[in-house]
Write a protein that binds this ligand. Structure first.
Ligand SMILES: *[C@@H]1O[C@H](CO)[C@@H](O)[C@H](O)[C@H]1NC(C)=O
Ligand SMILES: *[C@@H]1O[C@H](CO)[C@@H](O)[C@H](O)[C@H]1NC(C)=O
Ligand SMILES: *[C@@H]1O[C@H](CO)[C@@H](O)[C@H](O)[C@H]1NC(C)=O
Ligand SMILES: *[C@@H]1O[C@H](CO)[C@@H](O)[C@H](O)[C@H]1NC(C)=O
Ligand SMILES: [Zn+2]
Length: 538
């Protein structure tokens, strides 16, 4: 039977089926032979390929007692959670995996296990072991699918705003400077609430200090790209009335008081005639050297620009650390010069050593920013590697702190269009091809793929190319359905994982903007409800 005739018959069958109102038989979607990896498929009706007969089952998992004991441990662990931790949180650490969809979390845990030569699916990221978890609805005031700017306003300032704006209410529309500079439209962040309570504060990111997510701790802008005065001008606005984010960070509350600022993006702080520590010129037009301004404001503080300088900081005799490790965003960890650029865990360790000196506690925001960047490039290997670097920083923070007094919350701002697809067998390399099925064209496909992105892997005849013949490394681009310059965010819910005082408040399906209010409740900061309201001992 020719392919065309077959398709015609299939089409007629579908029309008849749909016209008769019958649901297509279950077997066509869930063919048991196919799911078991035993389907024999033909490739262009010429050669017959038998793919993945016999999916491997780990030997110990054949014994039902294995699974009963896994479940028993879960029951016991969950019973433990009935003992609620109602201490007042002295410290809050918020970890943000930018673009870390739940599919990213699942794929990263598989990679983590596979790097240990395990099958992988059974592994866990550090924060997946936190006692409590919730879902977060990520839409913004005017956006079904959000960006990192409006979501930062939600999870740091506790209010939903419009897409592309930061630290302002939904009264402010994109690029409306006068509206964003009106204090009535500005909303304060949990970093400001923590400062009012005498806590130390700061942030770490792998992107730039003026990138959308960390800017939610300190900025009020109508456009996330107002990173320097030159950027403000490029959008037809006047920096004299519309202050850029680097300027806000160094000179305004609460940014000017931050004890920790680490990440990339040095050019935004220096005039265009001055070279930064990485050999490139600054980009500011106003002649301001915001780094020397910052140093003059903080004589007890230290400025560092590479890994060695960071690791040599004596955290017991400095009050502030500003670390800027690149002209633009920091490099992807997997391909970075590890002698020059610190890891997220190294930055976290130094920061916590300094912050924990404050007996009133601290708030710090720590972002794995390149989980998102790499997803935009459809570089799934890099994105998962960045997720594992993020995971290491969280494990370290958990090890360095006491859950009796430190609340750690891990979440994402929004998802990304990554799917884990097909029916690959147990232990199939998560970054490889599904070895247990073929597309209708008789070719294998990668288990990971994106909804939108730059590469469809389609040849000049509109046929899918054979991915088996294309070498893949950590930096490779994965296929997408719709061609676009880059992968885009997605609008499904993301996870929230909590450990420490009042971690049990992180449960159910949350509006994203509730997150800082829940943290503030536990720490008795901010103007909203707190645990101190009804607790006279405090
Ligand atoms: C995993 O297996 C490979 C190949 O056998 C080996 O080179 C590598 O050291 C192993 N890695 C671990 C973490 O055991
Ligand atoms: C900016 O927003 C204000 C309201 O806050 C409004 O009156 C003004 O017309 C807006 N400007 C522009 C250019 O849309
Ligand atoms: C911090 O300690 C180092 C090394 O002991 C010393 O060189 C430096 O002057 C000290 N700085 C301050 C601000 O005390
Ligand atoms: C760090 O600074 C403290 C306080 O100034 C000092 O006592 C200590 O010796 C310093 N440590 C090192 C390794 O220089
Ligand atoms: Zn993004």
């Amino acid at each position: 039977m020719s392919k065309i005739l077959f398709l015609k018959l299939l089409f007629i069958f579908l029309i008849i089926t749909l016209a008769s109102g019958r649901i297509v038989d279950d077997i066509s979607f869930h063919n048991p032979q196919n799911l078991a990896g035993q389907m024999v498929k033909t490739r262009n009706s010429i050669s017959v390929e038998k793919v993945g007969v016999n999916k491997p089952t780990p030997e110990e998992e054949k014994d039902p007692e294995f699974w009963r004991s896994v479940a028993r441990e879960q029951v016991l662990r969950n019973l433990e959670k009935q003992k609620l931790n109602v201490n007042k949180a002295k410290n809050i650490i918020m970890f943000l995996g930018d673009g870390m969809s739940l599919s990213t979390v699942a794929a990263a845990r598989m990679l983590k296990g596979q790097r240990k030569n395990h099958t992988g699916e059974e592994d866990s990221l550090s924060f997946e072991k936190f006692p409590h978890a919730a879902f977060s609805k990520t839409y913004c005031a005017n956006a079904q699918v959000a960006d990192s700017a409006c979501t930062a306003t939600a999870y740091l300032c506790g209010v939903k705003g419009n897409i592309v704006t930061i630290g302002v209410s939904a009264n402010v529309e994109y690029n409306n400077c006068s509206a964003s500079m009106d204090p009535a439209n500005q909303v304060s962040s949990i970093a400001a609430w923590a400062q009012k309570a005498g806590k130390s504060t700061g942030f770490i990111t792998t992107t730039t200090l003026t990138h959308a997510s960390p800017s939610g701790t300190y900025a009020h802008v109508a456009n996330r790209l107002y990173e320097s005065d030159a950027d403000v001008m490029s959008f037809g606005q006047d920096p004299a009335t519309c202050m850029d984010m680097a300027h806000q960070l160094v000179t305004q509350e609460p940014g000017r008081n931050f004890n920790i600022m680490m990440g990339g993006g040095m050019a935004k702080f220096l005039p265009k005639n001055i070279k930064d520590f990485h050999g490139n010129n600054g980009i500011r037009e106003d002649g301001r050297n915001l780094l020397s301004t910052w140093q003059a404001m903080h004589p007890g503080g230290v400025f560092v620009s590479n890994r060695e300088e960071l690791l040599n900081v004596n955290t017991s005799n400095v009050s502030h650390i500003m670390g800027i490790f690149n002209t633009k965003a920091m490099d992807y960890y997997a391909v970075s010069d590890k002698s020059q650029q610190p890891s997220l865990a190294e930055m976290t360790e130094t920061a916590l050593n300094l912050l924990q000196r404050n007996e009133k506690g601290y708030f710090i925001f720590i972002e794995g920013g390149h989980i998102d960047t790499a997803h935009h490039e459809n570089k799934a290997g890099i994105s998962l590697d960045e997720t594992l670097e993020f995971d290491k920083a969280i494990q370290l923070a958990r090890d360095m702190t006491d859950p009796e007094e430190t609340l750690i919350v891990v979440t994402a701002d929004h998802g990304h269009g990554l799917t884990i697809n097909g029916y690959p067998g147990r232990g199939t390399s998560i970054l490889g091809l599904n070895q247990h099925d073929l597309g209708a064209d008789g070719l294998k496909y990668s288990t990971l793929s994106y909804a939108l992105g730059p590469q469809q892997f389609i040849d000049e005849h509109g046929q899918r190319v054979d991915l088996d013949g294309i070498p893949r490394d950590i930096d490779s681009i994965y296929p997408s359905y719709v061609k676009s310059n880059d992968g885009h965010h997605s609008g499904e819910d993301v996870g929230v994982f909590a450990s420490g005082p009042f971690d049990h408040l992180f449960t159910g399906v949350l509006e994203q903007n509730a997150i800082p209010h829940l943290m503030a409740y536990a720490a008795c900061i901010g103007d909203g409800l707190t645990m101190c309201d009804d607790n006279v001992e405090e």
